[in-house]
Unconditional design. Structure first.
Length: 334
C-alpha cells in the first residue's frame, strides 16, 4: 500500500469516526443550512424553501434567529454522499438505499430528516411482446441509472418476487443516464426498456408506442419514497431547532405545491429552465395523484430487508424510525 493510499484511508476513517461520534465534531451553530440536491421536479419542496425563505419563517415562528437554506446542485448520488462525509454540506437528498448504506457505515452519523417526494419509479418499454418482466429475452436490455440505483434494486426485488431469483435480469441491465436511456429506447436500439421516474416517465408515456411493465408501487407499496432529505448527526445535534424548523418548512412547502401547483411549476422552471417542459406540463406532473409530496417515508423496511438478505448492508434496522431523526418518527411511515 502506498503512503498516499494509507493517508487517504486514515482520512476516511477519521471522517467516519467524527460522523459516528458527533460530540467529537466541532460544528458551529448554523448561519445557513447547506443542502445538496440533484436536478428534477422531485426536489421541488427544497427549491420552494430556498426561494420563499420558508426555513427562516419557521424559525421566526419558534422565536429563534433566522437561518436560510442554501442549495448546491450536483449530478449523481456519489457527490451527495461525499459532501456530507466531507462536511461541505449539512444535508443532502438521496434515495432509501443510499441512506441505509451511509447510515450503517457512519454508525448513525447520517440519518434521514424527512421524506422529500414519493414518485413512482416506472419500467417502460416499446416492445409489444413484453407485458411482464418474465417476457424479457436475454437480448433485451433494461436501462437503469446505475447498478446501485433505487431503480435497479427495485427491478431485482421484482425479479425475486415474480421470477424467484433476484439476479435473473442482472445480465439484461445496462447503466445509462435517464436522457440517454429514453433516447435509446425510443430509437429502437437494443435498449428495449427503461426504469425511470418523473419527468422522463411522463415524456415516455406521451409516446403511443410506450407501455408500462412495472411500477415501484407493485414492489414497495403505494407512496414509497423516491428521494428523502438526510442530515449529518453533528449538524442536527448542534442545531436541533434548525432541524425541527426544516421539517416544518418541508411541510409548508408541500402544502404550497398542493394548494397552487401552477405557481409551484413556475417556480421550478425559474430555477431549472427546460426546453422540454412548460409550466402547464410541470403542473400536470404535480397534479398527478401518483406523485406525492409528504414528509412521511415509505418502503424503507422493504428496501432494508432485501439489502440485508443480498449483502448490501450487514444488518437491517428494526424499524424505519431507526434511520431517521426523531422529528418525524411519530408520522405514519413504513
Amino acid at each position: 500500500m502506498t503512503r498516499i493510499e494509507l493517508s487517504r484511508r486514515k482520512a476516511l476513517g477519521a471522517l467516519a469516526g467524527a460522523m459516528a461520534f458527533p460530540t467529537l465534531a466541532r460544528a458551529q451553530s448554523a448561519t445557513e443550512v447547506r443542502a445538496i440536491i440533484q436536478y428534477g421536479v422531485s426536489y421541488l419542496p427544497l427549491m420552494i424553501i430556498e426561494e420563499e425563505k420558508l426555513l427562516g419563517a419557521a424559525l421566526a415562528e419558534q422565536g429563534d434567529p433566522r437561518v436560510e437554506l442554501k442549495l448546491q446542485r450536483v449530478s449523481g448520488s456519489t457527490a451527495v454522499n461525499e459532501g456530507l462525509l466531507a462536511g461541505t454540506a449539512d444535508m443532502g437528498v438521496m434515495g432509501v438505499p443510499s441512506l441505509l448504506i451511509i447510515a450503517e457505515k457512519t454508525r448513525g452519523g447520517v440519518k434521514g430528516l424527512a421524506n422529500c417526494s414519493s414518485f413512482p419509479m416506472v419500467l417502460n418499454t416499446v416492445v409489444d411482446r413484453i407485458k411482464t418482466i418474465a417476457d424479457f429475452s436475454p437480448q433485451d436490455r433494461i436501462a437503469t441509472p446505475a447498478n446501485t440505483s433505487p431503480q435497479n434494486l427495485c427491478l431485482r426485488m421484482a425479479a425475486e418476487k415474480l421470477l424467484g431469483d433476484a439476479k435473473k435480469l442482472d445480465t439484461n441491465v445496462v447503466a445509462l443516464p435517464h436522457p440517454d436511456a429514453m433516447a435509446a429506447m425510443l430509437a429502437g436500439t437494443e435498449v428495449s426498456a427503461h426504469f425511470t421516474n418523473a419527468p422522463f416517465a411522463q415524456f415516455e408515456a406521451d409516446d403511443k408506442r410506450v407501455h408500462r411493465v412495472l411500477s415501484s408501487e407493485d414492489v414497495l407499496g403505494k407512496s414509497s419514497t423516491f428521494v428523502l432529505l438526510a442530515a449529518t448527526s453533528r449538524f442536527v445535534d448542534k442545531n436541533p431547532k434548525v432541524a425541527q424548523a426544516m421539517v416544518t418548512a418541508m411541510d409548508n412547502a408541500m402544502k404550497r405545491i398542493k394548494e397552487d401547483p401552477a405557481k409551484a411549476a413556475a417556480l421550478y422552471l425559474s430555477g431549472e429552465p427546460s426546453k422540454s417542459m412548460n409550466v402547464e406540463y410541470v403542473e400536470r406532473i404535480l397534479r398527478d395523484p401518483e406523485n406525492v409530496f409528504s414528509v412521511s417515508p415509505g418502503g424503507v423496511m422493504t428496501f432494508a430487508d432485501f439489502m440485508q438478505r443480498t449483502g448490501q448492508i450487514k444488518s437491517k434496522p428494526a424499524k424505519w424510525q431507526d434511520v431517521f431523526f426523531p422529528f418525524i418518527q411519530e408520522r405514519q411511515g413504513s
